[in-house]
Design a protein around this ligand. Sequence first.
Ligand code: FEO
Ligand code: CA
Ligand code: CA
Ligand code: CA
Length: 593
Amino acid sequence: GSGSADGARGLRFTPVAPNTADQVTVPAGYAQNVVIRWGEPILRGAPAFNADKQTAAAQAGQFGYNNDFLSLLPLREHGRQVLVANHEYTDEVLMFKGYDAANPTREQVEIAWAAHGLSVVVVQEERRSGKLTPVSRHYLNRRLTATSVFRLTGPAAGSDLLKTSADPTGTKVLGTLNNCAGGTTPWGTTLHGEENFNQYFANGTSATDKRYGLGTGATERKWERFDKRFDAAQEPNESHRFGWVVELDPYDPDSTPRKRTALGRFKHEAAQPRLTRDGRPVVYMGDDERFDYFYKFVSSKRMKKGNSRSAREHNLTLLDEGTLYVAKLTGDSPAAEIDGTGKLPNDGEFDGSGVWIPLATGDVSHVEGMTAEEVYVFTRLAGDKVGATKMDRPEDVEPSPRTGRVYVALTNNTDRGKAGKAGADEANPRNLNKHGQILELAEHWDDPSADGFAWRLFLVAGDPEDPATYFAGYPKETVSPISCPDNVAFDPHGNLWISTDGAQLGSHDGLFGVATLGERRGELKQFLTVPKGAETCGPIIQDRRVIVAVQHPGEIDGATVEKPASVWPDGPGRIVRPSVVAVYRKDGRDIGV
Ligand code: FEO
Ligand code: CA
Ligand code: CA
Ligand code: CA
């Protein structure tokens, strides 16, 4: 792909038309294979999947449910890579025959605990095709679940706010929950956002519980009946131990994954690092809630290069020391020109400037009336106090490897402009925003640690025939319709790839590619669609292969195991299974060209 080195050539596949087929639909000339399904054994001793004989012990050695974020890391074994996957949540009605939501059994609950978390599984590529298959029982393969041991590190570790009756040290947590998107670090670890953790905790009482969305009664899954730590009335601090960014070292199967308190606690969608010129990591992070904030963390330590033990040990401390910031954005057009309809202001762009407001550095709080520990554990309240910009659900974020510009998916916000809620502003320009937008952020002097930035909306999503849409100024006659951008990724050529969740345009969700530079900037094309009820997650775009996580296929109101809405991936009579899919060109050439 040398001719497309600057991403200017765009993407040359024939777009997939919007559709509602119960399959993964790919462009002409492309093939696909299911890499791994929910329940496939990955650990030594794990049994083959049997939908009618599920056990917690089996699930703990099998690939988890609802794959979301994916990372692929290099491995010094021929044709092999390490796949790391998030398992965001469980859909019990689609997992268990005859599931009684009012009375789940202990076994069902323990299977759900084991189906959450993370998987590490080595994958093998088939020679002369893009096909990928799992290498079961590889020594690096690993499952981390809702009951595995995690360590809290950084400035809030050991805080009274993080102590429970089971853990008086405030440093040792059982489990990770609701891992949505994530990131891959330049030092060979993976980051995993703990997103909607609130849903697992019953009987929230405090003002901070309310700000974080804990319910005041029983939870939907009723886990509090089987472990009192899920009952906030009995263990008020247990929920404080979720909502963090987890760092995992997939190359060390004995390592304890860390929850990095320096990165703050909120509904972490994702966490994507880039390095400053002097080698310090900067991590961009969204809090996926209507009217919540966009953050970054700037480490005070430099990454050490190389794979020596001492370099790896040093690099595993990079995310424990630094400064946490929240974003405040200001538009450059008169407020009167932002009327909430999505009509472009007179200068022709939704754009402006922004500042990064520091919240805490190590043990020092920059927020009046809050200690540093409070800033880290109740980061949303710190953002409220300093007047951060209320965004339209910040989801995934990705810096361009070519330009350093940072792309932020703002998925939608149907409450924007409602009575008592914030109205449109230049960065969030549509009231009752169903389709979302993508923001492009340029740090001052392209320095990731800068305290200010410029921004513009790259994409205002929707049906291109809707005048309230914008595709970076590209003529809209030929672009694909898109709604609810969620995950974003770059290919090696600098094209941005966008996956969607919640499409509102009559088509299933899918994956799209778009050039961000040159004369084809904004020429958005749909690359694939996913089965009924599914969301497209975790896209990884390599030279010759696209990998997507098909999350929650068949998740339609009223659907059950007995009455499925989808029969993907194995056809009628087989249980629907969230799975990872690889897509590649039949002729073996590069993707997209
Ligand atoms: Fe789990 Fe914000 O999507
Ligand atoms: Ca403007
Ligand atoms: Ca997401
Ligand atoms: Ca989403």
